[in-house]
Design a protein around this ligand. Structure first.
Ligand SMILES: Cc1cc2nc3c(=O)[nH]c(=O)nc-3n(C[C@H](O)[C@H](O)[C@H](O)COP(=O)(O)O)c2cc1C
Length: 166
């Protein structure tokens, strides 16, 4: 049965080891592309209806507010054939200790019972935070497998880690 890579990732300004830089493609999107390459999986990007600010600090404030309010921000679209996939790679940046709330919006839309979920995340030092526990909680009945967490500065050399993991 087919495999799917679902991910959230934000381009624009981000923090890279002490510097704020603007990027065209986010870290998680780069990892998602490598997983697609290695596995041949289909992919789907979770896109916010109202994207967070391009400004890094404003984005952090907006993301924190959504987390504190336990918000489920709207996303632009959903996949209508999730039943075709038995293994779903779910990728996101660590935002304030868990996943961006848009990923909660996406996951709660479906019934993942009986599916294998393989979480992956990119981060600046905190790894998965509590995101894997959150996935287990909001996807009851899913088999949540060991995940792969990659720090921003290790993206360039992540291919080997991805090959071993998938
Ligand atoms: C709003 C926001 C909150 C973040 N919170 C954390 C955090 O709590 N822990 C951490 O290690 N990294 C944190 N980061 C860093 C991101 O997880 C990291 O830069 C990630 O690779 C960004 O992925 P992306 O480029 O795919 O969006 C945060 C970044 C943003 C923008």
């Amino acid at each position: 049965m087919a495999e799917l890579v679902v991910y959230f990732s934000r381009a624009d300004e981000n923090y890279f080891g002490g510097d704020i830089r603007s990027v065209g493609v986010g870290n998680t999107e780069k990892i998602a592309s490598m997983i697609e390459e290695v596995t041949g999986a289909d992919s789907f990007k979770i896109e916010p209806s109202n994207p967070y600010s391009q400004n890094y600090y404003e984005c952090v404030e907006e993301a924190k507010a959504d987390l504190q309010n336990d918000a489920r921000p709207d996303i632009k679209g959903y996949l209508d054939n999730i039943e075709d996939y038995n293994t779903v790679y779910i990728g996101y940046p660590n935002y304030c200790g868990t996943m961006p709330m848009h990923v909660f919006t996406f996951l709660e839309h479906y019934n993942f019972s009986g599916k294998n979920i393989k979480p992956f995340c990119t981060h600046e030092g905190d790894g998965f935070g509590q995101s894997v526990d959150d996935i287990k909680r909001i996807c009851p009945g899913a088999v949540v497998e060991r995940g792969l967490a990659i720090k921003g500065d290790a993206i360039g050399t992540a291919k080997k880690a991805i090959e071993n993991w998938v």
